[in-house]
Write a protein that binds this ligand. Structure first.
Ligand code: UDX
Length: 453
């Protein structure tokens, strides 16, 4: 495909790791299709970024979330809307008389004010959904009062979705009082989404066929599945070429060692990570440590700096001495998941981690914490059948026995073999979706064809 001039798309993610990753990768995809892409990150994050980690061909620019110097983020959503709208408008104006005026804003669906800015300047506006489609559809139903809150009885039935128990709903729905600001944020995306030119979802058609079909019937604008937004090189396990997911808000741990993994037999290591935000309590960390030890498998466990004080006393030293495990602050997750040595992913089921596991063919032990993770875990276990979900006891803890037993279910036996087989099937379908002519690739072309012929 060729362009007359490289048309310019500004991409505006919500400032967190789980939103930057897919939106940066989508930006790269647009560049590969002949567009110019600028990722608008917040000034605060721009200042703290590790600039040794450039995001390739995508340009970076900044907007303000109202907290350029950090500090306690009170009224974050409101202040971001005010400062973000103004500085995004300034950014559009800045490019106006250059050779790259902005043609389109791709905005994180939870920042609906960015669509107002796009329309104020007569630009194309596309919402980008970083959750799975099913989660977005549950929020849609709640926003339109088709799913009245609080939900008090189950199963909940929504077209295109399996019957859902209360614990399968996103936590903001079943515990609507717990994070009112976040509930407002996820529901507010529908205040103007029907006016967007496109809605882009980081999933692939075959993964969520029924729900995507159901949503397409009621959506006010084209709904395009464009995922997984994982560098395609990873999908093919050609790791040596591009190991940069880009824009890491966390420093890679110097003790992280792919060699450590490479010295382990195939499918012998549990990879453990709870993403960029989870906050487990001390007791739960203790149970995890014992559960991994009891399972007798190797483990690679990501424990972020902010969580380090919760590691049970002596556990890190004991682990490193016995060489049974490796504990790191942050890992190159895609590279790890693509490694032959990994037998299962013990995960909080953030959407990125979930779709990364599916796309790289890794079975899962799901230990969801909050937000969309509960619904992702439901699909992992019952719809895609690539893993098991842990049971939480009456004290809100997942016991060491439960942890051990779930790991065994996934790593061993006939059931484990089935999950591995299913995971491999989804990996194949993910590759098919993003390959030339696949559903996601065709949808990206559809979006780009507005400007490129
Ligand atoms: C959050 C929410 O929790 C998630 O449910 C939502 O869908 C997106 O925003 P987070 O909790 O950080 O994200 O989880 P996840 O969505 O899995 O994103 C984490 C990202 O960080 C993944 O892309 C993962 O590959 C990356 N990561 C994680 C690393 O690169 N290294 C690590 O050590 C851990």
């Amino acid at each position: 495909m060729e362009t007359k001039r490289a048309h310019h798309v500004v991409v505006v993610p919500y400032p967190s790791q789980g939103h930057y990753n897919p939106m940066l990768q989508f930006s790269k995809r647009l560049v590969s299709k002949g567009l110019k892409a600028t990722l608008a990150i917040t000034r605060f994050i721009s200042r703290s970024l590790n600039h040794n980690n450039p995001p390739g061909s995508v340009q970076i620019d900044t907007i303000s979330d109202g907290f350029d110097d950090g500090g306690a983020k009170e009224d974050y959503v409101k202040r971001f809307q005010a400062a973000g709208s103004k500085t995004l408008a300034d950014l559009i104006i800045k490019y106006k008389n250059t050779s790259h005026p902005v043609d389109c804003i791709v905005y994180d669906a939870v920042l609906p004010w960015a669509l107002d800015v796009a329309q104020q300047f007569g630009l194309v506006g596309a919402a980008f959904v970083t959750h799975m489609a099913a989660v977005n559809y549950i929020y849609y139903n709640a926003h339109h009062k088709l799913l009245p809150l609080p939900v008090v009885s189950s199963p909940v039935t929504i077209p295109g979705l399996p019957p859902l128990e209360i614990r399968d709903l996103p936590s903001f729905i079943y515990a609507a009082d717990s994070y009112p600001a976040y509930l407002e944020l996820v529901l507010a995306q529908f205040s103007n989404m029907n006016k967007a030119d496109y809605v882009l979802v980081n999933t692939f058609y075959k993964l969520e066929e029924q729900v995507v079909d159901a949503m397409s019937k009621v959506w006010g604008c084209p709904l395009l599945t464009i995922g997984p937004t994982i560098p395609s090189l990873y999908l093919e396990n050609r790791l040596q070429v591009d190991n940069d997911y880009g824009l890491n808000l966390f420093q890679l741990d110097s003790s992280m060692s792919i060699d450590w993994l490479n010295n382990k037999p195939p499918r012998s290591v549990i990879y453990v990570s709870f993403g960029s935000m989870a906050d487990l309590n001390d007791k739960q960390m203790e149970e995890l440590a014992h559960g991994f030890k009891r399972s007798n498998f190797y483990f690679l466990w990501v424990i972020r700096d902010s969580e380090e004080s919760k590691i049970p006393r002596g556990f890190k030293e004991e682990t490193s001495k016995s060489n049974v495990g490796l504990i790191v602050n942050w890992s190159p997750q895609l590279e790890v998941l693509a490694d032959e040595a990994i037998g299962c992913f013990f995960t909080h089921c953030g959407w990125n981690s979930t779709i990364e596991a599916l796309s790289l063919g890794v079975p899962v032990v799901a230990m969801p914490q909050w937000t969309d993770q509960t619904t992702d875990a439901k699909f992992v276990e019952d719809v895609w059948k690539v893993g098991v979900r842990v049971r939480v006891d009456d004290n809100g803890i997942v016991s060491r026995e439960e942890i051990e037993s779930c790991i065994r279910d996934v790593m061993e036996g006939e059931r484990g073999g089935e999950m591995k087989k299913n995971a491999k099937k989804w990996k194949g379908l993910a590759i098919e979706a993003v390959s030339e002519g696949g559903t996601s690739d065709t949808n990206v072309d559809k979006f780009v064809s507005k400007w490129v012929s």
